[in-house]
Each structure stands twice: as C-alpha cells, then as structure tokens.
Design a protein around this ligand. Sequence first.
Ligand code: MN
Length: 254
Amino acid sequence: MRILVTNDDGIHSEGLDFLIDELKKIADVTVIAPDRERSATGHSLTFFKPVRLVKIDDKNGGEMFACSGTPTDCVFIGILNHMKTRPDLVISGINRGGNMGDDITYSGTVSAAVEGLIQGVPSFAISVAEYDADVRYDYAAFFARMLAQAILENGLPENTLLNVNVPNLAPEEIKGWMITKQGHSVYGQHVEKRTDPRGVEYYWLSGDTPRGKIEEGTDFAAVKNGYVSITPLQLDLTNHDIIEELKKWHINGL
Ligand code: MN
C-alpha cells in the first residue's frame, strides 16, 4: 500500500510526525508537505512561479520532500508527476486545530484531501480540535491508521472524501467515533490596520479560534461530546433546494 501524506502546518510540524510514524506500520509513505506553515491557504494552486521539492532527511528512512508550494500543490505534484505509481490513499494532517463547519473552505488541510479526490484517489483530512492549549496527536495518529485500513478494505464512494476531527483528549477519554454532518461556525474575525516604520499602512488579518454551533449530528457536537467526528464531504456546493425558487427571478427584465 502506498500513501501520500501532506498537511498545511508545514513539514516540521509535530502532527505530521505522529501521522507518519503510525502509517509506516502499514504502508509505504511518501511525504510531500509545505516547507513552511500554509494554514488557511484553502485550495490554492501555484500557477505563476516555479514550485520546488527539496528532499529532506527522514529519521525513519522514508521519502520526505519539502515543497515550496501550497498543500494542494503537494498533492497535485505528488500524484501527477512525482510518485512513480499512483498512491492508494491521500492523507492530510494531522492538523493543529479543528477543521469543522464553515471553516473547512479556508482549510489547506481539507483542500489537500479535496485535491486527492479530484485526482481520483481516496482521501481524508484529519485534525485535532485544539489550537491554543497543548495538542495531543497520539489518538488521532492511531485513528488515522485504523481508518486508512478501513478505507482500503471498503473503498470510498465516488465523489466522497472524509473530514476527520479528533477531540484533544487522552486515548482512554475518547468515547468512540460518529459519522456527522458539517456544522456551522461562529467567527470572531477582525482586521487591524497598522502603520509600518516607513509610514505606510498595512492590514493584519486575525481571528479568534472559530467556535461552532452545537447542533445534533454535527462535527462540532461530536467533538464536544468526546467522539471522533467523520464527515463525508463532496465537491458539489450547489444549494439544490433553492434552484426552483431562483428560476422564478427576473433579472433586469431578462
Ligand atoms: Mn493548519
């Protein structure tokens, strides 16, 4: 089994280390991860400058490459060029901080798994739902290995990727796992306007760690209650319910 691993926290992140160590028990692992933090870069591809891969030392003797591009670039390059045989699975993570609710469109972690799906490879993203305090990756890494095996046995339906969020708890405190739906985020976003030493204004984008509405059956509710959340995602963003209503509109008399 061959697994392509990436993330958006960068190749030196702790969550990536934990994930690789577990996956090496069951697979040949190729790591292509951004050479720096690329959180919140969404599904961006680098089209207007070169992207480079630099081989770096892997303490376990595996293939590991630092990529100058985005998480999506990593998957794009890995599948379409770098890997001699297509991977059986793409795994993105383990992210520091949850990727739940509306927040997933910002997520480089989830977007890398989306790219795996677009390239026709079963894919999942995995995150630990804690950013500010000490983050423990041990159970998430173990769960990723178990889920990888389950996907290889069962396959994933076409047009489906999985978004996994793990509570920041000790393994014995995790209550189990749940299949969930995407919930809704509550943002505390802000922008600060500042002035640089040359007197030129600039902006600093910021925000509190997004919280979620705790609604039954959602990713946020599962994690809050101590369960691993597995949300099946698809690429279709269409609001199907509103199509007939919108067809009745008159737009400038057209
Ligand atoms: Mn991240």
